[in-house]
Design a protein around this ligand. Structure first.
Ligand SMILES: NC(=O)c1ccc[n+]([C@@H]2O[C@H](COP(=O)([O-])OP(=O)(O)OC[C@H]3O[C@@H](n4cnc5c(N)ncnc54)[C@H](O)[C@@H]3O)[C@@H](O)[C@H]2O)c1
Length: 381
């Protein structure tokens, strides 16, 4: 068994996602466990090269995590011969330009979602990566959540019979920033800076639906900006120009209907911050980030509508917990390992820029549906 090290240029790691999920919980965690194991047993360690705009912040971050290399010069980082992979977790609006530079430099590219702000740019990225012959991938972390892996297991085991519908509920209250600090970056609430819940969340819902339930054939969505004014990180008020809630109906191949609400203006009365209820002819499931509960047709109660009587049935108690049956690793880390294996030994990696572009396409069509007040069919890209 041999051990080799490859450089990974990481841009945008001073941000929330880049720092926590990608640097700490993925790249550094992979090194701590001894690297990525390839199919022949060889191991690969990752040497992060941090890239950003603010040298002092980068230096502090590098110091804190014992990372040796950091720079504000993207091209210099990309020119390092062993730096095989470029990773991008910058704000969405900065992504395309940087990823194109990495592709031009011949680096394999892995990026946060959405891959771009428009479908044209997302397709252009996919085409550029293919033309240059570099491997490309987009983060689709929700697929690796324990709750959704349990859903996958139920589908593969034939639990649902014919799946009829999916109802997704995502969201929580994001503070306006005036009397309590907002818990998400302010750019998310400005359209000009790449914000908006449709652009943020529809790419997630797209790969969840496509991978678990079927190709998205049509969308009807209503996007809203419920809170029109917010206060930013510096305590300065700004106009919230981006949508902060979206109510979507998606028609999937095979006749499955999915409705998904996404909102930063909702208070949680759920067990988890995202939940999907799947109803099928033989059984139903409600999956969150971690847990998944099921009700089989044989265990389905027979409620009778009678508003004159109090409800005494404890409906939630009639559901059964799906056991873990395995240990679940961090989803971001799992996907990093898959991508490294894709780069080094051509292991399968279906989460490519083309699938990323389909996610951006759904966001774009969702926004158009909302603006025009109509259902829109999703053409093949
Ligand atoms: N996979 C997921 O679940 C998930 C969750 C949240 C965000 N994201 C995606 O990750 C990306 C980053 O989101 P975040 O929440 O970490 O944002 P963030 O604001 O916390 O971090 C943004 C990063 O981009 C850098 N940056 C580069 N150019 C910038 C500019 N012009 N203005 C501001 N910052 C700039 C910042 O320095 C910082 O490092 C976004 O594309 C977002 O869609 C993914």
């Amino acid at each position: 068994m041999s051990v080799r090290t490859i450089g990974v240029v990481m841009n945008g790691v001073t941000g929330r996602m880049g720092h926590h999920q990608h640097l700490v919980r993925s790249v550094l965690a992979i090194n701590e466990q001894g690297g990525v194991t390839l199919s022949d047993g060889d191991r690969v360690l990752l040497r992060p090269v941090l890239v950003g705009r603010d040298p002092a912040r980068l230096a502090r971050l590098a110091d804190r995590h014992g990372v040796a290399e950091h720079t504000t010069e993207l091209d210099a980082a990309l020119s390092g011969e062993d730096n095989l992979i470029y990773f991008d977790a910058q704000v969405t609006s900065a992504r395309v330009k940087a990823v194109l530079r990495a592709i031009e430099a011949g680096r394999h590219v892995y990026t946060e979602k959405p891959t771009a702000e428009s479908v044209d740019e997302a397709v252009a990225l996919a085409e550029a990566a293919t033309a240059r012959g570099v491997k490309n991938g987009v983060v689709q972390d929700k697929l690796f959540l324990p709750g959704l892996l349990k859903l996958r297991r139920l589908i593969d085991g034939g639990f649902f019979g014919r799946i009829l519908s999916v109802r997704g509920e995502f969201g929580y209250w994001v503070f306006e920033g005036d009397w309590q600090e907002a818990q998400r970056p302010s750019w998310n609430y400005r359209a000009a800076d790449g914000g908006g819940i449709v652009l943020d969340m529809f790419p997630h819902w797209h790969y969840v639906m496509e991978n678990l339930f079927g190709r998205v054939e049509a969308v009807y969505a209503k996007a809203a900006t419920h809170i029109p004014a917010r206060v930013d990180e510096r305590g300065v008020g700004y106009e919230a120009t981006a949508d902060d809630a979206a109510y979507g109906v998606f028609e999937l191949a095979g006749g499955v209907i999915a409705q998904i609400n996404s909102s930063w203006t909702v208070r949680v009365h759920r067990d988890e911050l995202v939940e999907f209820q799947v109803d099928g002819t033989h059984g139903s499931a409600v999956a969150g980030l971690r847990d998944c509960r099921i009700q089989h047709r044989a265990g389905t109660p027979k409620p009778v509508w009678n508003p004159d009587l109090p409800v005494v049935t404890r409906f939630r108690e009639q559901w059964q917990e799906v056991p873990d049956n395995t240990e679940f690793d961090n989803g971001f880390k799992i996907q990093w390992e898959l991508f490294v294996r894709h780069v080094l030994e051509d292991a399968p990696f279906p989460y490519d820029f083309a699938s990323g572009a389909r996610g951006v396409q759904l966001a774009e069509l969702g926004l158009r549906s909302s603006a025009e007040g109509r259902r829109i069919e999703v053409p093949a890209l």
